[in-house]
Ligand binder design. Structure first.
Ligand code: LCS
Length: 395
């Protein structure tokens, strides 16, 4: 296959990972809907299992349709290899399982997606793994928590749902100095706007449920590595745990991926305008959007991202009560969790996506009761603004 890595992202997103195959010349990749692959002989089966010959064995261990998606996302993220998973949480938990050991420690961003944090505090804690969640926007907070047994620094930037940003290059330097692996959940930015591996991260994870698939019709995840030995370690654990993707799911995600660039551009354009409009609205108390000069890390966004994306969090002067009125009054925006789809979604993280996180930890992470999260989609800006305008007409 031709090396696509030199092409512009706009081109890669359309072509990476697949070329018309020799047998049929089909332009769209075939869906290899099979659980297993026939061996030519007993000897060949043994050679495949022994790793002496390359080829497909069994879909949990690899499948051509899934591989097409993995190659495409690895290329977009500037990684060497990728592993597609059944959900975003399968990617996150595989990373934790592969890179943490009994009696080791990890440091994470306080405002992580709720389940990515809680699985450490409740489930991995049962195996002697300890964790500290800090405001990773402040690199000093990370340094303060490093211990002899710290193995993993796990960050989200921008973070779900506060939109706080973390200096990825700064984290990579700290990680290198202490022999720690840096993993970045790049779900909110997508590979179009941010490539953490180029900024020094070791591994990137995505919930492909979000921007990469982009149509709110599939759940999935992916792990991209920057080094062969990390990929091998992650692959071994994923194949044993079994949280792998299915070929039909992979085909749908690859289909969604082909329009990622167009969707990200359009949604970001809408979000820039909506964030500025919200910020000037008399009923709005605050807006957190990395594309606004008022965002505390506006300069960092310009340094490490190609654009601020399409996620906005904001609070109303009327606080929680007013927020509920707003989200119950929208007509075009859909009241639903998840994000990164073509349709605009609105939700209340404190009682929904981050409900599993304790009240005290939510407060420390900045997930306040008045915070409303908006995942801006690809509708016409004027229609979105009109919808929010009418929903803000409460007394
Ligand atoms: N990482 C991030 C940043 C996420 O936002 C999510 C899900 C996950 C990982 C897990 O991915 P999943 O297993 O759901 O594919 N975030 C959600 C959210 O904010 N609303 O609903 C799900």
């Amino acid at each position: 296959m031709e090396d696509k890595s030199k092409e512009n992202l706009e081109t890669q997103v359309i072509h990476a990972g697949y070329e018309p195959d020799e047998a049929t010349r089909s332009v769209s990749p075939p869906i290899y809907q099979t659980s297993t692959f026939a061996f030519e002989s007993a000897e060949q089966g043994a050679a495949l299992f022994a790793g002496k010959e390359k080829g497909f064995i069994y879909t949990r261990l690899g499948n051509p349709t899934i591989e097409a998606l993995e190659k495409a996302v690895a290329s977009l993220e500037k990684g060497i290899r990728a592993l597609a998973t059944s959900t975003g949480m399968a990617a996150v938990s595989t990373v934790y399982m592969a890179l943490l050991e009994k009696d080791t420690h990890m440091i994470g961003t306080a405002a992580l997606y709720g389940a990515s944090r809680v699985i450490l505090e409740t489930e991995f804690a049962r195996y002697g793994v300890t964790s500290d969640f800090v405001d990773t926007s402040n690199l000093e907070e990370i340094k303060k928590k490093i211990k002899k047994n710290t193995r993993l620094l796990y960050i989200e930037s921008p973070a779900n749902p506060t939109m706080a940003m973390t200096d990825i290059q700064g984290c990579a330097q700290i990680a290198r100095e202490h022999g720690i692996i840096l993993v970045v959940d790049n779900t909110f930015a997508s590979p179009i706007l941010q490539n953490p591996l180029e900024l020094g991260a070791d591994v990137v994870v995505h919930s492909v449920t979000k921007f990469i698939n982009g149509h709110s019709d599939v759940v999935g995840g992916i792990i991209v590595s920057q080094r062969e030995e990390l990929h091998e370690r992650l692959a071994k654990v994923l194949h044993l745990l079994g949280g792998t993707m299915d070929p039909h799911q992979a085909w749908l995600v690859l289909r969604g991926l082909r329009t990622l660039y167009l969707r990200v551009e359009k949604a970001q354009d809408n979000a820039r305008k909506l964030a500025a409009w919200l910020e000037s609205h008399p009923k709005v108390a605050w807006v957190n959007y990395p594309g606004l000069p008022s965002h505390p890390q506006f300069e960092l966004m310009k340094k490490q991202m190609k654009g601020p994306g399409s996620m906005i969090s904001f609070g109303l002067r009327g606080g929680y009560e007013a927020g509920l009125k707003l989200i119950n009054s929208v007509r075009l925006c859909t009241l639903a969790v998840s994000l990164g789809g073509i349709e605009t979604l609105i939700e209340h993280p404190a009682s929904m996506t981050h409900a599993v996180v304790s009240k005290k930890e939510k407060e420390e992470a900045g997930i306040t009761d008045d915070l409303i999260r908006l995942s801006v989609g690809c509708e016409a800006y004027e229609d979105l603004r009109a919808d929010l305008e009418q929903a803000l007409e409460y007394d």
